[in-house]
Write a protein that binds this ligand. Structure first.
Ligand code: AHR
Length: 673
C-alpha cells in the first residue's frame, strides 16, 4: 500500500530528492513535491535482525523445456525410443515399404525381452535392395551446435547382419554436412560406440543424420549427443551457459523440482524422486505435466527422461553453494486437475518416500539410499536441511496429510525443517484457512505464491509489515509480476514488471525477521518451447540471457547483506511515498552499508542520505538498473540492455547526495567507518 508523503529533515545521513511532480497512490493525500528534497535517514545501529543466507534463492521447475531440451545438455530427443510414440523426434524421409514383409529402411521399435528399468525398447532397422535409408533426429526444436566445439556421440548397436557401416553426420536445415564420422559394427553383442563430432559451422537448427550402408539389419539404442563443454565438464552434464546464469544469482537455496510437476495431474503421474536416481538410462520416462496443460501452448513432445534427476539437483545445489530444498508430493494429485487423494490409511509409502529421500541426501553410506548416493559419486552427505511437503495444496485434505508427514518426519528427523503451503493464492478464504492451520501445526516455513500485475506488487510492498511474528516464517517461493496487456512470452519480462518486483522486494527485505526465503518463478524458458511466461531466463538452442527481472534478482541477491538496518523518511519506512521504495542492510563481514532505493516514478528524484549512529567512508559505489521505457526488455539480440551501470558515490561530512533516475533500481554501497 502506498503511503502519504511527509517531507521533513531528519538528522544523520540524508538523501536529497528534487521532485518534479507527484502521483496520488492508494490512500495518499495529494502533495506537490516539485523541487522538494527527499531526506532519507539510515540508522546504522543494530536492529538485531539477521538477513538469512537463504533470503534470495532460485526455484527450478521442469516447465518450458527447462530440463530436457534446456539445462540438461542432452541434444537428442527420445534418445532410446521410450516416448509413447517411439518415433517421436525421429524422421525417416525415405523409408520404403514394398509389401507387408518386404520393407526397406523401416526402423521397427522392438521391446527387450528382459527390460532393465526404464530402458524398454530399441530400434530394429532393415535395409533391402541397396535402398538409400537415412534416419534423422530433430533434437529439441533443432540441435544447437557451435563451430569448432566438440560433441560426444554415443550409440549402442547390436546384431548387425549385412549392415556394414553407419555414417553419422550433423547437418544443417538444407542437408549440408557440418560434422561427420563413421561406425563399423564389430560385434553382434550390444556395444557402445563413441565418436567426437566437431562442426565446421554454428547452427541453431541442426539435425543428426544416420545413413545405413549395406543390405540387412541392425539394432540400435541410446543414441546420445552431448557438448563436451558442459558445466564442470561432467558427462551427462548440464548446459554451461545456463548454470553460469544461475551461478550469477548467487542463490541461497535451490527449490526443486517444482511446482505443479511434483503433484502430477493424477497420482500415477506424480514426480517420484526415487525413479530419477541410479543409472541414467534406467530411469523411467514420465510425461511432463506441461505437455498438454495449456491448449494454446501445447507441447506433445514434452517428456521427462530424468537425465537431470535428484542426484543432479543436489549436486547443482552444492555447486552453487545453495541449500537444496526438494519439494515432494503428499498423496494428493494437483487440485487444479484430478485432485486424486491417497486415503490417509494408505499414506505410509508416500511418507516413506520422504524418509528415503532424507536417507539418500544425508544418510550414511552403509544405509541403502546412502550407498546409492555413494555409488553415484557422492559419498559425502548433501546436508539437506529443508524439505517441502506438497505444492500449492489447500483445504482440510492437505493439512490432514501434512500432519502425518510432519509427525513421522519430526520424530525421526527433527533436524529437517519442513515447508508447508497455504495454497496457490496470496489471499482469500483458502489462504486464510491455510495460515490458520499452519499456525496450529507449528509449521516452520509457509510457502506463499503470487503471480500478480505490477500494480499489485507496488501496492503490497507493505504486505509483511503487519504479519504475525509468532507463527511460521515466510518462504515467498514463487512470485512474478505479470504485466497486463502483454501476452507474448519474453516481452512479458518487461521493465515495468521488474521494477515493481524490485520495489516489492524492499518490503521482503524490510521484513527479514519474518521472510526467510524468496524466489522468482518460473526460472527458465525455451524461446520456442515455453508454456508459461514471464520467466527469469530465456534460452534457445545456442544462447541464453537474463531478463530485466533476472538483473533485479541478481542485484539484490549479490547485495543481500547480513543485518537489517532501518531506513526512513520523516521517520517512516519508504513504501511508495511519491513512488519511492527503500530498504537497508549492512554486511558485517566487509563492514559495508547497502541501501536499495527504487524510484517507480517517471521523474528523477534527488536524495540526500544521512547515517545515524555511525559514520561512513568518503566514497562508495552505486549500481543502477534503469530504463525510461517500461516496455523495454532484454533479448537474445540485446541481452544486457537492462543491466547495472556502476558509478562512484561521494560522502561529504557524512552526507551522500544522489539522483534516483526515473524508473530506476539503485543499490548504494558505502564502507562503514
Ligand atoms: O511456476 C509455474 C507454476 O505456478 C508452478 O508449477 C506452480 O506451483 C504455480 O502454480
Amino acid at each position: 500500500m502506498k503511503r502519504s508523503l511527509k517531507v521533513g529533515f531528519l538528522g544523520g545521513l540524508v538523501l536529497i530528492l528534487g521532485l518534479s511532480s507527484c502521483k496520488k497512490g492508494k490512500g495518499d493525500t495529494v502533495q506537490s513535491a516539485s523541487g522538494e528534497k527527499r531526506d532519507l535517514v539510515v540508522d546504522l545501529g543494530d536492529t538485531g535482525i539477521k538477513i538469512q543466507p537463504t533470503m534470495y534463492g532460485i526455484f527450478y521447475e521442469d516447465i518450458n523445456f527447462a530440463a530436457d531440451g534446456g539445462l540438461y545438455a542432452e541434444l537428442i530427443k527420445n534418445r532410446s525410443f521410450e516416448f509413447p510414440d517411439p518415433k517421436m523426434g525421429w524422421e525417416e524421409p525415405n523409408s520404403v515399404k514394398y509389401s507387408l514383409n518386404k520393407e526397406s529402411g523401416f526402423s521397427k521399435i522392438t521391446d527387450y525381452v528382459d527390460p532393465k528399468g526404464g530402458n524398454k525398447r530399441f530400434s530394429h532397422t532393415v535395409v533391402q535392395n541397396n535402398a538409400k535409408y537415412e534416419l534423422f533426429n530433430t533434437g529439441f526444436r533443432g540441435i544447437g551446435i557451435k563451430k569448432d566445439a566438440s560433441y560426444h556421440l554415443s550409440i549402442k548397436l547390436a546384431n548387425a547382419t549385412g549392415i556394414k557401416k553407419l555414417k553419422i553426420a550433423l547437418v544443417d536445415t538444407v542437408g549440408t554436412v557440418l560434422a561427420s564420422s563413421e561406425i563399423i559394427p564389430d560385434t553382434k553383442d550390444w556395444k557402445t560406440y563413441e565418436r567426437v563430432l566437431v562442426p565446421t559451422t554454428t547452427e541453431e537448427k541442426a539435425k543428426l543424420k544416420i545413413t545405413f550402408e549395406g543390405n540387412g539389419s541392425i539394432d540400435m539404442d541410446i543414441l546420445s549427443l552431448f557438448p563436451e563443454d558442459t558445466w564442470k565438464g561432467r558427462k551427462n552434464g548440464l548446459r554451461k551457459d545456463l548454470v553460469e546464469l544461475l551461478e550469477g544469482l548467487n542463490p541461497g537455496f535451490l527449490r526443486f523440482p517444482g511446482g505443479c510437476i511434483v503433484e502430477g495431474k493424477t497420482l500415477d503421474r506424480r514426480y517420484q524422486w526415487q525413479n530419477t536416481v541410479g543409472p541414467v538410462m534406467e530411469r523411467e520416462l514420465l510425461i511432463n505435466r506441461w505437455n498438454n496443460e495449456f491448449a494454446h501452448r501445447s507441447a506433445p513432445d514434452y517428456y521427462q527422461t530424468f537425465g537431470l534427476g535428484f542426484f543432479e539437483y543436489f549436486q547443482l545445489a552444492e555447486d552453487l553453494g545453495a541449500q537444496p530444498v526438494p519439494i515432494l508430493g503428499c498423496g494428493m494429485a494437483c487440485q487444479f486437475n484430478s485432485g486424486e487423494l491417497v486415503p490417509l490409511e494408505n499414506l505410509g509409502p508416500f511418507v516413506q518416500e520422504a524418509l528415503d529421500l532424507i536417507e539418500f541426501a544425508n544418510g550414511d553410506v552403509s544405509t541403502p539410499w546412502g550407498k546409492l548416493r555413494a555409488e553415484m559419486g557422492h559419498p559425502d552427505a548433501f546436508n539437506m536441511k529443508y524439505l517441502g511437503i506438497g505444492n500449492e495444496q489447500w483445504g482440510p485434505e492437505y493439512f490432514e496429510r501434512y500432519r502425518i508427514f510432519s509427525k513421522i518426519i519430526g520424530e525421526k528427523h527433527p533436524e529437517i525443517i519442513l515447508v508447508s503451503t497455504p495454497g496457490p493464492f496470496p489471499d482469500g478464504d483458502m489462504f486464510e484457512y491455510g495460515w490458520e492451520q499452519m499456525r496450529k501445526l507449528n509449521v516452520a516455513l509457509a510457502d506463499e505464491h503470487y503471480y500478480k500485475p505490477p500494480e499489485w506488487f507496488l501496492e503490497n510492498a507493505d504486505r509483511y509489515d503487519g504479519y504475525d511474528r509468532n507463527g511460521p516464517k515466510v518462504f515467498a517461493g514463487e512470485y512474478a509480476a505479470h504485466p497486463k496487456g502483454v501476452d507474448d512470452g519474453a516481452m512479458e519480462n518487461n521493465w515495468e514488471a521488474a521494477l515493481s518486483e524490485a520495489a516489492f522486494m524492499t518490503g521482503l527485505e524490510r521484513n527479514a525477521d519474518l521472510v526467510h526465503m524468496t524466489s522468482y518463478a518460473p526460472l527458465m524458458a525455451h524461446a520456442e518451447g515455453w508454456q508459461w511466461a514471464p520467466d527469469l531466463i530465456w534460452f534457445n538452442n545456442l544462447d541464453s540471457y537474463g531478463t530485466a527481472n533476472y538483473q533485479v534478482q541478481k542485484l539484490y541477491s549479490n547485495n543481500a547483506g547480513t543485518d537489517l538496518l532501518k531506513i526512513t523518511e520523516d521517520q517512516k519506512s519508504l513504501i511508495g511515498q511519491n513512488g519511492l521504495y527503500a530498504s537497508a542492510v549492512k554486511d558485517v563481514g566487509v563492514g559495508e552499508l547497502i541501501v536499495k532505493v527504487v524510484n517507480t516514478e517517471s521523474y528523477p528524484q534527488q536524495l540526500t542520505l544521512v547515517a545515524n549512529k555511525g559514520n561512513l567512508d568518503g566514497t562508495g559505489t552505486m549500481y543502477t538498473l534503469q530504463s525510461s521505457d517500461l516496455q523495454a526488455v532484454n533479448s537474445f539480440e540485446s541481452p544486457e540492455k537492462i543491466s547495472p551501470k556502476e558509478s562512484t558515490l561521494t560522502v561529504n561530512t557524512g552526507v551522500v547526495e544522489v539522483t534516483a533516475e526515473p524508473y530506476s533500481v539503485n543499490v548504494l554501497k558505502i564502507k562503514i567507518l
